[in-house]
Design a protein around this ligand. Structure first.
Ligand code: NAP
Length: 274
């Protein structure tokens, strides 16, 4: 990679963010595609002034991660339809001084599931969690043809608010709160339960039996207690590494205006998974 005074600057903005795998992924893509971009990380204590800094310094774009995805939504000049429905922005593109905000988390999970041979069409899905990650994933499930989405969350009121909000925003009635249903085609964990621990995000693992696949968006550990339980029951499993890689690939396409060929998908996944 040759960096010059003309090199386009990209970055991830979050706090903490030094551990992020995004620089590795994006710099790999620029290297492979021969594009003049460099990707680094910024760790400000607040999001104040970040939008102006992007404009003033002519930074081409940034990915935004916790805790700034909501600040980013409020800071951009134009919000994409997907980001509006998802209620957050994780990608900002500087289009000649106008900041455009996108949400690539939901579609990132969709591509990861597609790559793993897991379909969403016509499926009855249980979504565990009602936090920041749950919303873009629910929007994706509606856009990608799920039949019914049942939200189960520790704080039930939060699940009820999310289901109500989603039904209104995307003009549907497929979202509801868990009320004892027993059978699901897909189970997707979007809670932080199991991240770095042995805790299982699903209290009743008998709900797994009969499911086609169980997905956990957590990527550390690579196999959460939920995924290990599903695997032991012979159910297909998928962790969050693919979501992380694909949301980045989609963001890279927004930054560069160029489609990333599928031939690089497996290598990009390996870069993140190392
Ligand atoms: P968040 O907004 O803080 O939401 C956390 C969710 O987890 C809420 O539903 C919360 O329930 C639930 N929860 C937390 N502790 C719990 C506990 N002890 N028992 C039961 N439920 C609990 O977080 P987020 O941004 O949605 O992120 C959630 C996870 O997704 C994190 O592990 C994050 O790293 C991961 N993630 C992965 C990717 C990827 O690319 N793979 C992308 C985004 C996020 P309450 O509402 O009851 O508090």
């Amino acid at each position: 990679m040759k960096i010059s005074g003309y090199t386009n600057v990209l970055a991830v903005v979050g706090n903490p963010v030094r551990h992020s795998l995004s620089p590795k992924l994006h710099n790999f893509l620029s290297e492979k595609l021969g594009r003049d971009y460099v990707y680094t990380a910024f760790e400000p204590s607040s999001f104040d002034g970040v939008a102006q800094a992007i404009k003033t310094l002519g930074i081409r774009g940034v990915n935004v991660t916790a805790p700034f995805k909501y600040d980013a939504l409020a800071s951009v000049d134009v919000v994409s339809e997907n980001a509006r429905c998802s209620g957050s922005v994780n990608t900002i593109v500087n289009e000649g001084g106008t900041l455009v905000g996108y949400s690539t988390d939901g579609e990132g999970l969709y591509l990861s599931m597609k790559h793993a041979g897991i379909s969403t069409i016509g499926k009855k899905v249980m979504v565990l969690g009602a936090g920041g990650a749950a919303k873009p994933i629910c929007v994706m499930l509606k856009n990608r043809g799920a039949d019914k989405v049942v939200i189960k969350n520790r704080t039930e009121k939060r699940a009820a608010l999310l289901a109500e909000d989603l039904n209104r925003i995307v003009n549907t009635d497929i979202f509801s709160v868990y009320s004892g249903e027993k059978s699901f085609d897909l189970i997707i964990n979007t809670t932080s339960v199991g991240m770095g621990t042995q805790e299982c995000s699903l209290d009743d693992i008998s709900l797994i039996s009969g499911a086609e696949a169980v997905v956990d968006i957590i990527y550390y550990p690579k196999k959460t207690a939920l995924l290990r339980a599903a695997e032991s029951m012979g159910v297909k499993i998928l962790n969050g590494i693919g979501m992380l890689a694909f949301q980045g690939i989609i963001a890279y396409e927004y930054f560069t205006g160029e489609k990333v060929s599928e031939e690089y998908y497996t290598e990009a996944l390996n870069i993140i998974d190392e």
